[in-house]
Write a protein that binds this ligand. Structure first.
Ligand code: PLP
Length: 391
């Protein structure tokens, strides 16, 4: 009998991958499946970035790199942060990691232990809770409410802090809701954190380039008051359509940096060298590819929101960021997860049930609009037919 440590029984998953597998299995049987479940851009990585990766391989970048990343990429990240957030960070505080998830895992491993409490958004990216549970810490959900436009409420978040709170996870623009937390609310959150100097903050800004309706993203990096306890998470996956390359980066306060470096040495040694060179091309190259992608998402967003609001029993506030819509389906007569799985099986439309993102996700579905406008229209028509017939 093998004795795997009990922590593994507490590890969760992302149901999006199970939905993808089911959608692919149905497609393999010949069914026409429209996938609005998946959380990755449907566009290819920009060609100049692909070329830089190929060139790096041809130029012989085949070996290990420093665990913290190649210096020119760390410098490119610091330039990106200056350009986008108007903040100076030292390349010495930048760590290159194999995807945004790795920063998350490192931060949660550093602060999670039995007896500790970690605050995380609910509904939110399911991996936060999974990783917190793995460490034995107590996951404390911060409710993210439709009536707040799916933004964090500073007051509600601060009220959940106790003497055992070690880490607060913030995510804006957010998965799964598309919510963007306005500057005033972030100001209030940071002001309130002054009373809790022992609470570290992990700011997941992986969708930071994707905002709409004139909304702007406010990085927590721009708040000097919490810089000594802020872990900034970003990466290339969403912004440059590079999910499969595995490239993320983080900025760490000095006392935490070496812990992160040691975790990297123990876990993955370094990010794939060619990927790192491609990352420099992405960050330092022309940014119109990002603007074009965001403009395309914005066009689809309009189609999704209008289409969802026309469905019987469904309402959807316009998401301000990322590429997800989070419609309220509580008046359809369906439980959200049953609706998601029946839509897939019977109508051939893959979505994710809100409860897969936390207890406060009941009554909602997540639809990704990382699919063509044509497919989104077809999916909405199928949902219209389904909901009209199956009340
Ligand atoms: N953070 C959020 C909120 C996400 O939605 C995702 C991916 O879906 C990630 C982080 C992880 O990104 P990566 O693929 O770079 O690990």
């Amino acid at each position: 009998m093998l004795h795997v440590v009990p922590a593994f029984s507490r590890i969760g998953e992302e149901n999006a991958f199970a939905v993808l597998a089911r959608a692919q299995a149905l497609a393999a049987q010949g069914r026409d499946i429209i996938n609005l479940g998946i959380g990755q851009p449907d566009m290819p990585t920009p060609p100049h970035v692909v070329e830089a990766g190929i060139k790096a391989l041809r130029d012989g970048h085949h070996g290990y790199t420093p665990a913290t990343g190649i210096p020119p990429l760390r410098e490119a990240v610091a330039r990106d942060i200056r350009r986008r957030h108007g903040v100076e960070v030292s390349p010495e505080s930048v760590m290159i990691v194999p995807g945004g998830k790795v920063t998350m895992f490192m931060a949660i491993l550093m602060f999670g232990e039995p007896g500790a409490e970690i605050l995380y958004p609910d509904p939110g990216f399911p991996i936060y809770r999974s990783m917190i549970e793995y460490t034995g810490a107590t996951p404390v959900p911060v409710p993210i409410r439709e009536e707040n436009g799916f933004a964090f409420s500073a007051a509600e978040t601060l009220a959940l802090i106790t003497p055992r709170t070690r880490l607060l996870i913030v995510n804006s623009p957010a998965n799964p809701t598309g919510g963007v937390t306005p500057k005033a609310e972030i100001d209030a959150l940071v002001a309130g954190l002054a009373a809790h100097p022992d609470v570290a903050v992990l700011s997941d800004e992986i969708y930071g380039t994707m905002t709409y309706d004139g909304e702007t993203h406010h990085s927590l990096l721009s708040y000097e008051a919490i810089r000594d306890r802020l872990i900034y998470l970003d990466g290339a996956s969403k912004t440059y359509a590079m999910t499969g390359w595995r490239l993320g980066w983080s900025v760490w306060p000095k006392p935490l940096y070496d812990n992160a470096r040691k975790l990297a040495v123990n876990a993955h040694s370094c990010v794939n060298a060619a990927t790192q060179w491609a990352g420099i091309a992405a960050l330092d190259g022309p940014q119109d590819c990002v603007a074009e992608m965001v403009a395309e998402f914005d066009r689809r967003r309009a189609i999704v929101v209008a289409g969802l609001n026309a469905l019987p029993g469904v309402s959807c506030i316009a998401p301000k960021g990322a590429f997800y819509a989070f419609p309220n389906v509580s008046r359809t007569g369906w439980k959200a997860k049953a609706l998601a799985s029946t839509l897939l099986e019977e109508a051939g439309v893959a979505t994710i049930g809100g409860p897969d993102f936390g207890v406060h996700g009941e009554g909602f579905l997540r639809l990704s609009y990382a699919n063509s406008a044509e497919n989104i229209r077809r999916a909405l028509e199928r949902m219209q037919g389904f909901l009209s017939e199956r009340k």
